[in-house]
Design a protein around this ligand. Structure first.
Ligand SMILES: Nc1ncnc2c1ncn2[C@@H]1O[C@H](COP(=O)(O)OP(=O)(O)OP(=O)(O)O)[C@@H](O)[C@H]1O
Length: 585
């Protein structure tokens, strides 16, 4: 059997140079772990990751500079690029360069349009203030602090590129609706595109933005997917023909798609990227969204001139950008381009899911311990993996099984989910799906037979463009009026569509799913089941945070105290050189 390490070894063996081989091995290994490049500064760490026969070679890294296959100047067409003491595969260096170049281009275009955009916002002051008037239902205290939603929306009008990050319920969707309202007011013929990295995330964006007349699509579809090619129809020479492109769940975009998306945005198009910087990054290499959010150290900083202009539109000084966020003008291309929404309108930071998720990100052991010892109304931690709790949660699936109406059954099925960190083992997706099937079978709710049995919830695991099904789509098996079993999927906001099981070659049962797969989805309640060994490297604070924030109202968490605390202590630090390269642009 070929192991993953063999693949890296095979890649390394492809190069004849003894100096290059260990580094080629590590670059390949790091890429498979999601890193864009190999930082060369820590010989100890590098040596730890190398197989025994390469030990000692790392000390020779200075020689890389003279290797014929290693370029040291951007633009050089060598298989490897050594830059800022990081070793890249040429292709990934090129993606990173493209992202930097396009961000810099956005800034140059903005400069030429800023005065005109400011001028056209002025007459809309009344409309804007009304649009953003605090809701009476807003959580107490929400009105007496900077209204970052308003700041984000106004920047999105002024900028060509705006990045909006925020945790669950901080109003990302509400802000998008308001950005569109302002832009439509400025231009009633506005051409809008809405997109997300996966079909599921695009569908959820559609549900959240029901009032928008535009149907969100996947980024691949927006860019014009070309079968059997890594290129898209839209790129720099054939840019997207929209006034504004809004992309949700941007933390899931890998470096290659990120670069291609930015490349397809022309000078007349605004791009707004939304996401949660604290969530898991893309499965593929790159955590660009998070890296860009971290590139300046601090978020929500503005120059005096921009702050004064925005504050003049906000009017109310208590909701304006305060002095603490006003700093000396910066040349950084992302300065005034990233806004973090800091107030959750769904969760209080004082209790429940809001407090628990904040504690995970902050690695606040004391608070996590409080939850472990005594649960609250929204978060119940079960360190004993109690069977009754598991079965009670599984009972929730009876609701969709008993629902006759397929559309309602689909909605009910998607109200709850078991989320696993891993696939294999007692607490992995496969065994938990089987356990739930067995339990529901005992209750005579289903008759699981390994195939497409009636009421089997199914997740599609690969794109099928012919049938119009995408990785992550979920459906249920039900008989049609002739008694033929079909898999039914939600289709648009109101509709459903049946697909013959024979057309679905890549699918799994989805009573339980991986946390990775759950990104971009939300459920009323989730049961998170962690493996019982804290040494599992997959358990990170991002993973736990992503799982917990999938829930709208209730989280059940099965895992030992040490596993939970260890997970929150381990965070993914993906290597990319992007933050250090902004000074070149
Ligand atoms: N400024 C506000 N004042 C009061 N309520 C708000 C405000 N902004 C948003 N909300 C409410 O908070 C809830 C969450 O908002 P929204 O869906 O826009 O957040 P989100 O960041 O997109 O959430 P998520 O991505 O986690 O689904 C909604 O019920 C919305 O009506």
């Amino acid at each position: 059997m070929r192991t993953t390490n063999d693949v890296h070894q095979q890649f390394a063996s492809f190069f004849k140079s003894e100096t290059l081989q260990p580094f080629a091995y590590l670059v390949s290994k790091k890429l498979s772990e999601g890193h864009i490049c190999l930082p060369l500064d820590d010989a100890g760490v590098l040596n730890e990751e190398l197989p025994a026969h390469y030990k000692g070679f790392i000390e020779k890294r200075e020689r890389l500079k003279t290797e014929p296959l290693v370029g040291t100047v951007p633009g050089e067409r060598q298989p490897f690029i050594l830059y800022n003491n990081c070793l890249y595969l040429q292709r990934y260096f090129a993606y990173e360069s493209l992202v930097l170049e396009r961000i810099s281009d956005f800034g140059k275009t903005e400069e030429t349009r800023l005065a005109e955009r400011m001028e056209s916002l002025h007459p809309l002051t009344g409309f804007i203030r009304e649009l953003f008037a605090p809701k009476e239902t807003a959580a107490s205290g929400a009105d007496s602090r900077t209204d970052w939603q308003m700041v984000a929306a106004l920047n999105a009008v002024l900028n060509n590129l705006t990045i909006i990050t925020g945790g669950p319920g901080t109003g990302k969707t509400s802000t998008v609706a308001k950005i569109l309202a302002v832009l439509y007011c400025m231009n009633p013929a506005l051409r809008v595109a809405l997109a997300a990295p996966t079909g599921k995330a695009a569908a959820r964006m559609g549900e959240s933005l029901k009032s928008a007349s535009v149907k969100p699509s996947t980024i691949h579809r927006l860019l014009g997917f070309v079968p059997d090619s890594t290129y898209f129809e839209h790129h720099r020479s054939n840019p997207l023909n929209y006034d504004v492109v809004i992309v949700d769940e941007a933390s899931m975009i890998d470096v290659s798609l990120f670069a291609k998306l930015l490349d397809a945005i022309g000078p007349d198009t605004r791009l707004v990227l939304l996401g949660d910087k604290d969530q898991l990054a893309s499965v593929e290499a790159g955590s660009l969204f998070g890296d860009l959010c971290q590139a300046q150290g601090q978020l929500n900083l503005f120059g005096r001139e921009r702050a004064a202009f925005i504050n003049s539109l906000i009017g109310d000084p208590s909701r304006a950008i305060d002095e603490g966020s006003v700093v000396t003008e910066s040349e950084h291309p992302l300065f005034q381009h990233i806004i973090e929404l800091r107030h959750s309108h769904r969760f209080s930071g004082e209790e429940g899911i809001g407090r628990f998720s904040k504690a995970i990100i902050a690695r606040d052991k004391q608070t996590l311990n409080d939850f472990i010892v005594s649960s609250d109304a929204q978060v119940l931690v079960d360190t004993a993996y109690s069977r009754p709790l598991f079965e009670e949660f599984a009972d929730g699936y009876a609701e969709f099984i008993r629902e006759q109406d397929i559309r309602l059954a689909l909605q009910k099925m998607n109200r709850l989910r078991v989320l696993c960190a891993v696939r294999e083992g007692e607490h992995g997706v496969y065994q938990l799906n089987r356990r739930i099937e067995k339990y529901l079978q005992q209750k005579k709710l289903i008759r699981a037979n390994g195939g497409f049995y009636e009421n089997r919830p199914v997740i599609v695991t690969g794109n099928n463009y012919t049938v119009g099904l995408y990785n992550g789509d979920t459906g249920i098996v039900r008989a049609d009026e002739k008694g033929t079993l079909k898999v039914w999927f939600e289709d648009g906001v109101e509709g459903i569509k049946p697909v013959i099981p024979g057309y679905i070659s890549q699918a799994e049962t989805v009573f339980a799913m991986t946390i990775h797969k759950s990104q971009g989805s939300e459920f009323d309640r989730v049961l998170i089941v962690l493996p019982d060994s804290e040494s599992n490297a997959i358990l990170t604070s991002e993973l736990l945070y992503t799982a917990v924030t999938r829930a709208r109202s209730k989280v059940f968490l099965q895992g030992s105290a040490s596993v939970i605390l260890q997970a929150s202590d381990r965070f993914v630090k993906r290597a990319s050189g992007i933050a250090d390269r902004f000074s070149d642009y």
